[in-house]
Structure formats: C-alpha cells, structure tokens
Write a protein that binds this ligand. Sequence first.
Ligand SMILES: CCC[C@@H](CCO)COc1cccc([C@H](O)CCN)c1
Ligand SMILES: [Fe+2]
Length: 526
Amino acid sequence: GAVFVQHPAAVTPFSTEPDGKLCAGLIPSWLKGSVLRMGPGLFKVGGEPLNHLFDGQAMIHKFDLQNGGVTYHRRFIRTDAYVRAVTENRVVITEFGTAAYPDPCRNIFSRFFTYFRGIEVTDNCMVNIYPVGEDFYAVTETNFITKVDPDSLETLEKVDLCKYLSVNGVTAHPHTDPDGTVYNIGNCFGKNMSLAYNIVKIPPAQEGEGEPLEKSQVVVQLPSSERLKPSYVHSFGMTENHFVFVEQPVKINLLKFLSAWSFRGATYMDCFESNQSMGTWFHLASKDPAGYMSSHKFRTSAFNIFHHINAYEDDSFIVVDLCTWKGFDFVYNYLYLANLKQEWEEVKKAALRAPQPEVRRYVLPLDIHKEEPGKNLVSLSYTTATAVLHTDGTVWLEPEVLFSGPRLAFEFPQINYSRCSGKKYSFAYGLGLNHFIPDRIVKLDVQSRESRAWREDGCYPSEPLFVPTPGARDEDDGVLLSIVVKPGAERPAFLLLLDAVELTELARAEVDAVIPVTLHGVYRPA
Ligand SMILES: CCC[C@@H](CCO)COc1cccc([C@H](O)CCN)c1
Ligand SMILES: [Fe+2]
C-alpha cells in the first residue's frame, strides 16, 4: 500500500527586524521547487539491528515549496534489498556493515552452493539522488542505481551500470556540466583484472535519442597505486579542463571483496584495510581530450578524503579544496550506529582516537619543471600551499589549512555549484560535525578563511543545500536549505531556510514527524 506520509507542514515563517520585533518573515516567493534527500529509513529487520550508518534501508524525503507553503512526503525505495528484507523478515542482502542472515530454510548444502554464486551486491540507494538527463536516480556506490519518480517518490527501475560500463560501482557524487553531461568515477576490478579507476561520461539527454545511459562511456582510466588493493573513492574534482583524483590510503582488499565473503558473514566494511606507507597520491587527467597525466606524480601525507569541496585552475596551477581527516585509519570505523548512539561522554572519547578533520587547500602545478628540484613551484599570491619537485620525479605537496577545529569537521560541503563548480570561488557551506555529531551549519569564506555558523540547542541539521537567488549578482546571494531534527520537541523536525549571506533564519517549516538522518540530496527547481 501507499507508504505516503503527508504532513501539511506548519510554516512558522518569522524573521526579526532590527528592533527585534517579530514580524512575518516569509519563504522567498521565488523559491518554488522540491528538496529531495536520501537517507537510511529502516534500521531493524526481523528484530535484528543494522549495524552501520550506511546500512539502513533507503528512504526518499521531499519538501515541496511553493506560494510560501511547504509540504513533506517520504517513501521507502522499493529496492531488492528492502523488498526482500521486508518479505522474508530478515536481512537478505548484505549491507555495508551488516551481513545477510543465512536462510534458515536452506540446508548446509544449498548454503554451500550459495558460496559459489558469490555475493549479491546491494542496491540500497540511501546515499544520494541526482538527475541524469530527464530522470532522477537514487544511489549508493555499487553498480546498482535506482530510477525514481521525483514527484510521486515511486520506485521506477533498478539499473545495473555493468550493462553499460566496465565498472564495479560509481561514487554517489557525480559532476555535471552546464550542458547536462554527467561525469563520475568508480573502481574497476572485475573486468579483465585491469585494476584501476575509471572516469565515466554520460552524455546529456538528446531529443528522441533514448536512454543517455546507453551512450555512457569510460573516458579515462587511472592506474591503481597497488594492483590488488584499489583505494576507496567517494568523490573527485573537476575543473574546466581537468579531472582530479585523490588516491587515499584506505584500500579495498580485492581478495576478500571478490571472494564469496558473504558465506562467512563478512560485510563490505570487512574488506577495507589501511596502507600505512603510501601516504596520499593526487592524480590528474585532462578532460578534453581525455587523458591520464602520468608524469604528474603528486604525493603528500596520509589522510582520509570523502568530499571534494571544489577545484579550479588559476594561472598554471590547479587549486584543490578538500574535507580531509588526518591519518590512514578508516573514518567509517567510527560510524557504527552503536558508537554514534552512545552517551555524549563516550562519543567524545571515541572521537579523540579518530582521525582529526581539517579543510585543506592543495595546489598542483601543471608545469612541474618550472623550478629546479627542491624549490617551491607554487607562485599564487593568495595561498601558502607548496609543491616541491623531488629528484625521483615526484612532487611533494603541503597544504594550506582553510578550517580546523578540535574534532570539529566542516563536512558534507556544498557550493553555489551552477556558478562556481570548477571555477575560482569564495564560499563553501557545510555541516559541522562535533565529535561526529552534526550540531551546526557552517559557512566558510575560502578567500578570507573566516567562518560563521548557525546553531540551536537540541537541533541536529543536515547537509545544507544552496539555492541561488534568481538573477543574483553575488555568489552567496541565496538560501540554504537544511532538514533539522529536534528530538523530543512537539514537532521533532523542520526544514530550515537560512539567508546564505548572514546565516540568519528566514523561516522554518515544522513537521510533526521524526525524520531520520539524510546524507545527501538535491534541490529541484519547479
Ligand atoms: C568494499 C567497498 C565497495 C565499494 C563499492 C566498490 O565500487 C563501496 O560499496 C558500498 C556498499 C554499500 C554501501 C556503500 C555506501 O555508499 C558507503 C557510504 N556512502 C558503499
Ligand atoms: Fe558523500
């Protein structure tokens, strides 16, 4: 039956005038569209809990904004993982950190033959939703993506990318050109053991030209620093003329991943391991014509990288802004739900041992022979990041720190994407993780390095989506949209609208429903 949950959200728009008097602030009249976000929605199956933040069964959330009113709808995505779990009342498909339960009805022999059929890769698309041509796909990072109806939230089709591309999966963070071309990167290890990272390109929808996915192609192949252990890749950078791939020391052990590990109750998380000696490598590829730049061997100290903020070319340099976590210990080890649900004192203790977060700027010189070895190659006036050519032909990078706070991460970064992606920019918006707990929205001026935050006691916001004011002159002239949860309040969730210049509240649309965490999403203009 329909799992539509309609909450005519009570809008209590307000803003304080200079004299502090409350007056009817409003949702800007130009703001007409939908906030679409993905996240885990079902955390227990067959009475058993799902262990990891990335295991919950995918739920899509939609806030519709028009004529100053707001409604909220949500729906479980009918993935195989969800349908089979609900039907069989057990975890049937192994998730990121939870192994499938063996079918109690099968005897040891039929289970043994499951061993040889290998694992069933999950299609639990709880990470992001993004447009490809006229369609919207809810995604995780495997080869399965799920076409959904962005209005009715119905599940339309499970798509296997292996039908179109030689990849084992692609990230949940594609880049999109103004003409609608979609780029992404993914591990490729199944096909003819060419162990590498493939950058893929999906052309824009053409009138009457059918499915854009049919015309997708691998445009660049980047080599893996370690043949049987490719790095985990969560996102990548794209400037006007280049792709940037940061190869982190968190590795996928293919012998574990490609064996039928599900038989012994292993999960995806069991297949990761840290390379303690490589540090972190940066790779460059030209965009058009697409080609790997093998002579540019950039190296730096070890860090985890999930989210690129932005990358752009300036003079003969590529500036790369990243959300990093120092060290090679896998940050996802700290994201088991049992950890995140502990008392605050325990949460703080765990975060003390975890990799420390830092927003960093790296500068990659395109001309690595501009100076003799040993001299700093970076000559941009506005950054202290350095790059030094070593006699072995590698270039050692040192970053400039743009934001750093004790166990305070500037994460889930967003920018004015349509205006600034791949170009020199000033502002980034992020979710502040305080010892991994999301407790503030942060605006970072990457030029002045100044930051400001929105917080409210007992409130836990989500990734802030930036929507530019139509016809705006300034980069930060627009609105930030974030789903905020307020456990225990009469209305335990609201859509928060902030003015993106000052981070002042424009309005909030309160909903009398508990909204589980959402990871990523998109604003879809009406
Ligand atoms: C061994 C890791 C395999 C890679 C895919 C390889 O191309 C990641 O696979 C998953 C599987 C399940 C959920 C996820 C989530 O997307 C993570 C957090 N975003 C990722
Ligand atoms: Fe992400």
